[in-house]
Design a protein around this ligand. Structure first.
Ligand code: NDP
Length: 295
């Protein structure tokens, strides 16, 4: 039976660790960490995600500086809000919840976030830091996958890793992080021919294709570690990109959906925020307490 890569349990453990970091550094910092989740409009799924993030912040002692703007808010006003948050010394992390309502252009808004406060780790400058192996906030979902693999002792150096998906949100930074951990990485995408012949070479297979139940037993080598990033709401509940029941007997380890990668994504948002707070409030770079979580 495959080991479950349990993201819920690890997220709980990491929240405790973050609380410890905050308690240790609070007196020197003189204030708690602050995160601003900026929500525009009333997309219902976004409402659920924002609530999850705000609850996680309050559990560990991050102050919420978030705002909920009407769907009719003009681009210039959203931009002005981001600039206010950039200038606010009590804010260490800023996140613009996507998708934005029609009529707002997300590119310039995301680019306007101060890279030092980029809680999502998706600013072009921070993706550049990842590419160059320099410290900085990291994309939450792939960094969450790396933490999940590390927690379960999955060895990456010298292993074959295959990432299915090449989005800027998940696939591309995932491939860079696996490569930085000395795996030999192949990235597959929608134009890849004979996907199964490639995924069957993987010692570590990360699936982020956004296609419900797309990969099954025929795609997986015996003993592989399988991480399912996909998440889909169907009539029979949540599912991932992987047919779990088929793959679990073959894999040595597998992440469930829900309860695998999803909770880790929220936790890494907290990690980016607390790491930014540490640096912005006089914490010594040489003693950074969260470096291992920002690969
Ligand atoms: P995108 O739709 O942006 O990217 C999907 C990628 O998969 C693309 O690169 C696409 O290729 C590739 N792809 C699509 N179909 C195939 C196929 N048949 N064979 C091989 N590759 C394929 O999705 P995201 O990266 O944003 O998200 C992926 C999934 O992860 C989604 O289900 C999303 O909901 C989920 N997700 C989950 C998170 C979590 O916290 N659990 C966080 C973020 C995302 P091409 O580039 O050629 O189009």
């Amino acid at each position: 039976m495959a080991t479950r890569l349990d993201g819920r349990q690890l997220a709980n453990e990491l929240e405790q660790r973050l609380q410890g970091v905050i308690a240790t550094h609070l007196a020197e910092a003189g204030r708690p960490p602050g995160l601003a989740v900026l929500r525009v409009g009333d997309d219902p799924a976004s409402g659920v995600y924002v609530t999850h993030k705000e609850k996680a912040c309050s559990r560990i002692g991050i102050t919420n500086h978030g705002a909920h703007l009407a769907s009719t808010t003009p681009q210039a006003e959203v931009l002005a809000q981001i600039e206010r948050l950039n200038a606010d010394p009590a804010v260490d992390g800023i996140l613009v919840q996507l998708p934005l309502p029609a009529g707002l252009d997300e590119g310039p808004l995301l680019a306007a976030i101060d890279p030092a406060k980029d809680a999502d780790g998706l600013h072009a400058l921070n993706l550049g830091h990842l590419l160059k192996g320099e410290p900085g906030p990291r994309s939450c979902t792939p960094a969450g996958v790396m933490a999940l693999l590390a927690r379960h002792g999955v060895e990456l150096a010298g292993k074959r890793a295959v990432v299915v998906g090449r989005s800027i949100l998940v696939g591309q930074p995932m491939a860079l992080m696996l490569q930085a951990a000395n795996a030999t990485v192949t990235v597959a995408h929608s134009r890849t021919q004979d996907l199964a012949s490639i995924t069957r070479q993987a010692d570590v297979l990360v699936v982020a294709a956004g296609k419900p139940l797309m990969l099954g037993a025929e795609h997986v080598k015996a003993g592989a570690v399988v991480v399912d990033v996909g998440i889909h709401r169907t009539e029979s509940g949540l599912c991932g990109d992987v047919r779990f029941a088929e793959v679990e007997p073959i894999a040595s380890a597998i992440s469930p959906v829900p309860g695998g990668v999803g909770p880790m994504t929220v936790t890494l948002l907290l990690v980016n925020t607390v790491a930014s707070w540490w640096s912005r409030t006089g914490g010594a770079a040489s003693a950074h307490p969260l470096r291992d979580l920002l690969p």
